[in-house]
Design a protein around this ligand. Structure first.
Ligand code: GLU
Length: 548
């Protein structure tokens, strides 16, 4: 068979050569050890935690080595494409601190190794397709769907591995005349790889996450170009990652089964194989067993979920780092205030079996992160969140920044800052009572007589002075306690609860509930200072009236 003649027949318009492409996309001028990597998502519109895990891994590896991170859009499957998906992806990843140095952007491409959208690279793939045909490494296959199904049925019936290989590779060695006849008839064809691999052979392969793998050679003649001339993922990634001078392919381990083919393909094309970083799936506990996070069952897989709940970006980032690198938490304890990107990230520390996603842990991390923020920072982030997800609350926060900030400053800044907020969604419940419209009517403990509560509140109002310091203020509360026959001696009360009607904690709670509507609130003295004399008194009076 004259393979060159076949190549010319199949690709008459391809005149560019691989050599010319090598020149057009020269080796990058990157420092020794620099990682050149990419995110290569399909624009399906769903941005999930897995994207973030892959994005952060790629981003850290590229940027901490002085390398390059680029965005390549894998849009070869037009059916799955959702308009605007690329923009959503870029914006979401940017929100989480992942910035691309080159690649697809909102306004076209940025960089010298483009185009960065695969559908625009068809002519490039065809150069390599033609080369493979001219070398006898690829051939056209005219099988119809019916023929392929019949083949599969036959294989299943004979309990053989299904696929287009060996004796089943019907078009592998067909004559030029047969091919010509099909082309003349205008029949569609795909381009297939001529595999020389055998499943009898195994070889060793080193993956940066999975470690040493034993790989069985591929013997299937996989499709390289579909009948519309658009490449499959396998072929496109080999050509693209070579020409874009990718040194590391960071991707999900769902690609491991086709890795043998990819390795074979790089070799057939004469390309140097990049290093592979196959990331395991994100898992969660479901009862006592682990399972993969699923798009259908787990709303927490979507990144929009974290935004709507009001997790600060920093918290999600910190948490993802925690599950990716087992030593991150220790590092964080030793370096509580260091920027997260000064941590030395290593793909070798990723769990090969995948990471366990634990919502409760994320919440803890988030509480910590928020507790370390300044009141101003919390105010800015919370208000931004509320304006989008709770506009009424957002309006209140925005109407008086100084007031809201003073509330958010309570218990902040010391050695042991309060950890009331895990997500911005918690904020209204925590601080809503500072806004009269959100103040709830208190429900006093039924074990106390209404008159007792009223008595405590009256006594409090009688001596309430907004100028008192915290100490004096509390001494007065204690005095009311003992005057009413309650006790300030918690030990004595515990020893014999029947000896007193209640304790100083009960008296404080009456006052707290009258002022905040709740049994729990930040420091009551400070709350009153922020509310001011008039509002504090008005609230207590109102409750007393309602009690009557
Ligand atoms: N488009 C592929 C995916 O979304 C990319 C895999 C890769 O990064 O090579 O899974």
């Amino acid at each position: 068979m004259d393979y060159q003649a076949l190549a010319d027949l199949l690709f008459p318009n391809v005149t560019e050569t691989p050599e010319a492409l090598e020149e057009r996309f020269p080796a990058r001028n990157a420092p020794e050890g620099a990682v050149i990597t990419r995110m290569a998502p399909s624009p399906t519109g769903f941005v999930h935690l897995g994207n973030l895990v892959q994005g952060l891994t790629s981003e850290r590896m590229a940027h901490q080595s002085g390398g390059v991170l680029f965005l390549r859009v894998e849009d070869t499957d037009a059916k799955r494409e959702v308009p605007g998906a690329v923009e959503v992806l870029i914006d979401t990843l940017k929100h989480y601190g992942i910035q691309f140095d080159e690649g697809a952007t909102h306004d076209g491409d940025n960089g010298n190794y483009g185009p960065y959208r695969q559908r625009q690279r068809a002519s490039i793939y065809h150069v390599y397709a033609k080369k493979l045909v001219s070398e006898g490494q690829a051939y056209p296959c005219f099988c119809t769907e019916e023929e392929l199904s019949a083949m599969r049925e036959k294989q299943e019936a004979a309990k053989e591995t299904t696929g287009y290989y060996g004796q089943y590779a019907m078009w592998r060695d067909r004559s030029m005349e047969d091919i010509q006849a099909q082309l003349d008839a205008g029949n569609p064809w795909v381009l297939r790889f001529r595999s020389t691999g055998s499943i009898e052979n195994q070889f060793k392969f080193d993956d940066l996450v999975k470690g040493k793998l034993t790989i069985t050679e591929n013997n299937v003649d996989h499709v390289l170009l579909k009948s519309d001339g658009i490449p499959t993922y396998h072929f496109a990634h080999a050509v693209d990652d070579h020409l874009m001078r990718t040194t590391h392919v960071v991707r999900g381990d769902e690609w491991l089964p086709t890795l043998p083919f990819h390795i074979q393909l790089f070799k057939a094309l004469g390309f140097k194989l990049p290093k592979y970083v196959h990331i395991g799936p994100l898992m969660k506990m479901d009862g006592t067993s682990k399972r993969k996070l699923s798009k259908r069952k787990d709303p927490e897989l979507a990144l929009t979920f974290y935004k709507a709940e009001g997790f600060p970006v920093k918290a999600v980032y910190e948490y993802i780092m925690t599950i990716l690198n087992s030593n991150f938490e220790d590092w964080r304890r030793a370096n509580p205030d260091a920027p997260a990107d000064t941590f030395k990230f290593s793909p070798k520390k990723l769990n090969p079996a995948g990471s366990l996603f634990d919502y409760a842990k994320l919440t803890d991390v988030s509480k910590n992160v928020i507790s370390k923020m300044t009141a101003e920072e919390v105010y800015a982030l919370l208000t931004e969140w509320a304006q989008e997800f709770d506009p009424d609350f957002g309006k209140k926060l925005a109407s008086n920044p100084a007031y809201a900030t003073s509330i958010l400053a309570i218990g902040r800044g010391g050695k042991k800052p309060r950890k009331d907020l895990a997500v911005w969604k918690d904020a209204k419940d925590y601080m809503g009572f500072f806004y009269d419209e959100y103040l709830l009517k208190p429900e006093f403990d039924a074990k106390f007589d209404k008159a007792v509560v009223a008595d405590a509140l009256t006594r409090f109002l009688d001596q309430f002075d907004i100028c008192d310091d915290a100490n004096t203020w509390f001494e007065k509360v204690k005095a009311i306690t003992t005057d009413m026959g309650f006790t300030t001696d918690m030990k004595a009360y515990k020893a014999d609860p029947t000896a007193f009607p209640g304790t100083v904690a009960d008296i404080s709670t009456f006052i707290r509930q009258a002022v905040t509507g709740k049994t729990n609130s930040p420091d009551l003295y400070t709350v009153m200072q922020i509310l001011g004399y008039d509002r504090t008194v008005a609230r207590i009076r109102k409750v007393m009236e309602e009690q009557n």
